[in-house]
Design a protein around this ligand. Sequence first.
Ligand code: GAL
Length: 857
Amino acid sequence: MKRCHHLCRLLHLWLSLVILSFSHSSYGDNVTYDHRALVINGVRRVLISGSIHYPRSTPEMWPDLIQKAKDGGLDVVETYVFWNLHEPVQGQYDFEGRKDIVKFVKTAAEAGLYVHLRIGPYVCAEWNYGGFPLWLHFIPGIKFRTDNEPFKTEMQRFTAKIVDMMKQENLYASQGGPIILSQIENEYGNIDSAYGAAAQRYIQWSASMALSLDTGVPWVMCQQSDAPDPIINTCNGFYCDQFSPNSNNKPKMWTENWSGWFLSFGGSAPYRPPQDLAFAVARFFQRGGTFQNYYMYQGGTNFGRTTGGPFIATSYDYDAPIDEYGLLNQPKWGHLRDLHKVIKKCEPALIATDPAYTSLGQNLEAHVYKTSSGACAAFLANINTQDATVKFNGKTYQLPGWSVSILPDCKNVVYNTAQINSQETTSEMRYLSSISEGTNQPLSRLSSSGWSYIKEPVGISKADAFTRKGLVEQINTTADASDYLWYSISFNITMGEPWLISGEQTLLHVESLGHVLRAFVNGYYIGGAMGSADSTKISLSKLIILDKGKNTIDLLSATVGLQNYGAFFDLSGAGVTGPVTLSANGVTFDLSPYVWTYQIGLKGEDMSLFDDSDDSASLWLSDSTLPTNVPLVWYKTQFQAPAGNDPVAIDFTGMGKGEAWINGKSIGRFWPNYTAPLSGCSDSCNYKGAYSSSKCLKKCGKPSQQLYHVPRSFLKEGANTMVLFEEEGGDPTKISFATRHTGSLCAHVSEMHPAPVNFEVYPELAVSKQKLGPMVHVTCPGPDQLINEVKFASFGTPQGTCGSYSHGKCSSTNALSVVQQACVGMNSCRVPVSTKAFGDPCRGVTKSLAIEATCSS
Ligand code: GAL
């Protein structure tokens, strides 16, 4: 009995050890790294990653976005963690709805993707105040992002809080979860010199603080060449092929490959050609990289007042591979998906060795990854803008200018970054003709009776207004509780003052740090001014006529997103700095040092007029004199949600500037009348040559942002409520709803292109003796959609772009019928780009096939 007892215990011990070690290896992933790559469970990995920020879309959108990311060939989803979202008041946390980061991470895991969690907690990200909560600024003695105890205490507390949360949910790879990587700080190396010697201590402290949290997975610091071991320093930029980490024991990693660029109110819309983006990615893998992240893979929307600043727009589309609305941005998404497939083909060779470089001529580079076991992958780059012919391993290759050819077997070109096989799609907004409740009229012509309104009082109207001698700085005063701060001053004018000569005008002059200023004299709007993303400073000069007796000047100062980048960005400040002067007859009087009355925020904000509740129902006026084109009006209407599931947008043309709420949820600031500069744009952008954020711009002279995303989940069946606050003056009866659709499918593929790399085709290519040639391959976006029309098809030398192709000098006569036959009635079709299918309309000339088709809705 005794012996058995002893044996049983031994057996138990042995069994539990077996179970323990079993559960560890089948559950947890062991993530480490070496010189070549991140190493997961002992295997080096080539990883393709993409940024999708959870609060810039909705939980309802996450599964679809993540699936599209996976279908696009991503292994990893990257997100920042947004401190000010989660801890709006010190010690009070919020992880609900769009802020449910645990759910987001789990959604990625369910799709089989890894996660890179960039905690920061400074994140930049075109996010309000770089992600810092405003209360942080008011902690006595605090200095951000340096060796400062109050700051470090808070940074550590929040970072630990997030790590603990993830641990509790077993979300680190070491626990069987998807998180394989975490980031601490963000691009501190770009600005650390401004913080002097303390910067070094801060970085050392950040590193050891992060490591002490014991996540079981590696940490990175981006743009931090002195990142202390074992933290990996990584690269951010449009190109990172020249980068190398600060130790030979660390892999070459790219945490932000900017897939486009962000939009500012008052700016033009940047875009980045897919050929150049693919070129940058291919160059990175060519020169030894093994981890690459698109910033952004889907940019999304800055809802509410979350945009950074100053002047970051509500749309954060970023020209990313998935657009703001969650639709594929083609051909970018498809061209990169093809690239990812080819890179994965090269993975066995890429992880095994460093590349061997040989020059093929000036700016012509070959890098070969060759293993002892026979794997071989080669990258041939032409960094000139002209095409070139090169000899490599005894074979001749044509290398288009500014391109990389990838040869996963060191012989055959399977992909070239400049030759797009993927289809292109146009996106169109379909304007809706009847969504107004009850009436069946177009919303754009909705009678003013459909709207009710409340006028926001000019100047001081709230009981919590206060007085101060002199002018105050805005952010220190409002703590960003609102965009708005009223500066109000009243004074008496008796006869004999120089600026009161009957019939003569006085010059009012106001200097402000911005971001926007609206001036009222005795209750009348006399004008406004705004800064821009480049300079927030404003000076407003207006001729006014003052009254005899009491006069009041009310200045409404508004912020448009708080600064998110730069050394000491937190101290940039905003609001009326002064002087505020009156001048007439050569005499100037400075009002700045006198006693001003201040009001933080709007009365309507205090009353929550944007809320769906009926508390304020009786206050809304619906008389026949709907005020339009006057400042400071709250508007409200009801509407039916557009039918179907297509993404929804509001076109705010006709409005000035303000904020919009749908069923109580803010869809962000609107500002359709802030237009982009007239020049600097080009219809087409040459992808050849180094890209920069100002190289390829659209929308010159047009509103920077006209369309605003309304997530489907903000809408309900039946009556929906829309509330607008218009600050400057607009006509809400002019706004309209639209749904977003894919328009045409286009493709333009030449005889010189490699065969498609689609996975259905690729195995054939790999095994086939007879080589597959180039092909046009188009697919309707929805599984139930069929191609109903081939609008254009030309084999020969067609020209133009999607939507405006034309036949060239050489064109085969049967192109349209061949393509119609292959495609009409199909969800997806492939047509070979070859004279076999079309005959040869011009011998000796390189031909291409261009098609444009549409799908049933
Ligand atoms: C980087 C920064 C990102 C984002 C990006 C521009 O410098 O790390 O957070 O701001 O620039 O979109």
